[in-house]
Design a protein around this ligand. Structure first.
Ligand SMILES: C[S@@+](CC[C@H](N)C(=O)[O-])C[C@H]1O[C@@H](n2cnc3c(N)ncnc32)[C@H](O)[C@@H]1O
Length: 224
């Protein structure tokens, strides 16, 4: 059994943010988009989508073509990451469809009270107090809003953990290999996330195992 070892919350070191923004996360990013499409096939492609811990905002950039009428708000405590996000959206020619805000959960200041969908990828395992994510989901999600939160899940043994690092980051730069290993130690298990949701009263959200290293929390917020 591997005990959780939290890692630093923010990725605000410039070298770390650059290595992360330049890394190839196309496989998990595609998985996220596929899960969104399968879970919410009838989602209206309008409204404003909030991405919590958006980092370089690659996932909403992929979703932007699936939801051509939507606007995107991303929030992250790392200005270094947000600089990459702004640059990528501008380079894609759709900078006008996204706004990025520096803010560290639980203190985030956003222009809207309610969002039409809430996303988050790979934020949960960074949080020392995971309830801040669930509090933000409840506070910012409109009634019936689709929610998709994906994250790593902590392996059962150090051997399994090191095998995942070798498989998925064996050829990656040292900083990314180190971060991936630390992230696997910091990640929650599906049962731990189920308990977090129960404590938060988010009973409409399900926890699913979606890959050999990921879990996802999927559902619509209860209608008021
Ligand atoms: C592993 S990155 C994931 C980025 C992006 N969601 C993606 O999938 O590529 C985690 C991000 O969460 C941000 N973060 C961590 N703790 C945070 C907090 N308490 N409030 C806001 N952002 C936070 C980090 O700065 C980092 O950019």
């Amino acid at each position: 059994m591997v005990d959780r070892i939290p890692e630093p919350e923010l990725m605000d070191d410039h070298e770390q943010a650059k290595a992360y923004a330049e890394a190839d996360f196309s496989e998990p990013n595609r998985l996220f988009v596929d899960l969104f499409r399968e879970a919410f096939p009838d989602v209206v492609p309008m409204g404003t989508v909030l991405d919590l811990g958006c980092g370089p905002a690659d996932i909403p950039l992929l979703l932007a073509s699936l939801l051509p009428g939507a606007q995107f708000h991303g929030v992250d405590g790392s200005e270094a990451m947000l600089a990459h996000a702004r640059r990528a959206w501008k380079a894609a020619g759709i900078g006008h469809r996204a706004e990025f805000f520096e803010g560290t959960l639980p203190q985030i200041d956003l222009p809207r009270d309610d969002y039409d969908a809430i996303l988050s990828n790979s934020l949960l395992h960074h949080l020392h107090a995971p309830d801040v994510l669930w509090t933000a989901v409840k506070a910012r999600g409109g009634a019936g809003a689709p929610v998709l939160i994906m994250d790593l899940r902590r392996p059962e043994s150090v051997q399994e953990l090191d095998k995942l690092v070798e498989t998925y980051a064996g050829d990656a730069p040292a900083v990314l290999r180190r971060d991936f290993r630390n992230s696997l130690f910091a990640a929650f298990r599906p049962q731990e996330v189920r308990e977090q949701l129960r404590e938060a009263g988010l009973l409409d959200l399900d926890v699913r195992i979606v890959s050999d290293r990921h879990l996802a929390v999927i559902g619509r917020l209860g209608r008021a």
